[in-house]
Design a protein around this ligand. Structure first.
Ligand code: SF4
Ligand code: SF4
Length: 417
């Protein structure tokens, strides 16, 4: 089967009644354009959100829509070719961080970010996920369960090393555990202290908890690359690991899309309701603070907060970080458009993993940079390692004096007896 046939198979496989309705519902009002960072920062009409799923729409019209025959017969929708697919690759990957701002604003309720995700399924089937690094990491994740090839055995060893380095007891593969935290591969590579922070907090409150080495890396690069089978496999391994120790709560790390995957899509992959709650780490900390189980010291600092799109707008966990910062006594200077209407850091949806996307990513980041600088705080906290990394890189290039930091680590460093 050639690339075009594979892509068509991927698109057609993803078109159910809901998607078809969405594709038919657009009234071409253009409002989504002003919601999109890539359009706003460049003024390029190609970056209008609904245009990014035009390829999907054309395939639908021509292959399975109610007037497919007419579309084909009169040539109303162009035939998909290998050249078209290649032309569309940068629109579907490089210029969409799957932030969902367009979905929020669309008066017809079209979830354009979801359609972009589905378009990526077809592109991946055709072997057209950008090879460096996004596609390569997805391939590795499919083969090993982790985008950086971290095996179960190595993860267990790594946890014990981190525990020793940070002076915190790690619990690994306990037979039973009420709470099972997961990690992001960005944490493994760049922020290992975040794993020590989770352990420190859960030990401090005396919870029954454990990391699992048979399902731990929630990063799910496959989701952003468009590898549906890989995405399901990762999700199922984590769900089964949590079930294996009778977990009551599965905790998603400081990672945006891992949270939306587990919160909204995992039950579909798994085939039934999950037998545990799924909480993002900020939600768990906020719940424990509100119930009095977790007590924190006051810190004296002024800071701002960057909402990760997938945690806040797409995940609904907007209040939790603010509950935590209030308990810590942080003087919070909110960014313009903070909360559900926030702008992406610029690197979400796998855009940070596409080398050639850097100039475009930098333009998207510039919007966030302006907002963070306007807040006038010395520190910007976030609850997503991907955002943290993008903000750090962008800030370094811009010669920032603003420190980018993890809210999880701030809590772990300020536990009260
Ligand atoms: S906002 Fe919605 S209806 Fe308007 S152009 Fe965009 S997708 Fe179409
Ligand atoms: S999801 Fe975000 S980046 Fe993608 S098209 Fe919509 S607004 Fe633009």
């Amino acid at each position: 089967m050639n690339d075009v046939a594979k892509a068509l198979r991927g698109f057609v496989a993803d078109v159910g009644p809901g998607v078809a309705l969405s594709l038919e519902a657009c009234v071409h009002c253009g409002q989504c354009a002003e919601a999109c960072q890539f359009y706003v920062q460049t003024g390029d009409p190609r970056y209008t959100p609904i245009h990014k799923v035009e390829l999907f729409k054309q395939s639908y019209d021509r292959e399975i829509g109610p007037f497919a025959f007419a579309y084909k017969f009169f040539g109303l929708a162009p035939k998909l070719t290998a050249e078209t697919l290649l032309e569309w690759q940068d629109l579907v990957y490089d210029s969409c961080n799957m932030c969902g701002r367009c979905s929020l604003i669309c008066p017809m309720g079209i979830d354009i970010a979801e359609l972009v995700e589905r378009t990526r399924h077809g592109m991946f089937e055709a072997g057209l996920a950008p090879a460096d690094f996004l596609g390569a990491l997805a391939e590795k994740e499919r083969a090993t369960g982790s985008p950086f090839g971290l095996t179960s055995e190595n993860f267990g060893t790594l946890l014990h090393e981190i525990g020793e380095k940070h002076g915190v007891a790690m619990r690994v593969d306990e037979v039973r555990a009420d709470i099972v935290p997961t990690i992001s591969s960005i944490d493994v590579k760049t922020y290992p202290g975040s794993m020590a922070a989770i352990a420190k907090i859960l030990n401090h409150v005396g919870e029954s908890w454990s990391f699992r080495t048979d399902g731990f890396d929630a990063d799910n690069v496959s989701l952003t690359a468009g590898d549906r089978a890989g995405q399901d496999a990762i999700t199922k391994s984590i769900v089964n690991a949590a079930i294996g120790c009778e977990a009551k709560i599965l905790v998603m790390p400081e990672c945006g899309h891992s949270y939306t995957e587990m919160r909204w899509e995992a039950a579909n992959s798994f085939g039934r309701d999950l037998p545990f709650r799924v909480l993002q780490i900020t939600e768990l900390m906020a719940e424990m603070i509100q119930s009095g189980k977790l007590r924190v010291k006051k810190v004296t600092q002024t800071a701002t907060y960057h909402d990760a799109c997938q945690v806040s707008r797409r995940g609904g966990a907007t209040a939790a970080p603010r509950v935590i910062m209030q308990a810590l006594g942080v003087e919070l200077r909110e960014l313009e458009d903070a909360g559900a209407e926030n702008w992406c850091c610029g690197g979400g949806g796998g855009v940070a993993l596409i080398k050639r996307a850097q100039p475009l990513r930098d333009k998207a980041f510039a919007l966030k940079q302006k907002q963070i600088e306007a807040a006038g705080a010395a520190t910007v906290y976030t609850s997503c390692s991907g955002c943290r990394q993008t903000l750090e890189h962008g800030g370094k290039a811009a010669g920032w004096k603003v420190t980018v930091a993890s809210l999880l680590e701030l809590v772990a460093d300020n536990l009260a007896p």
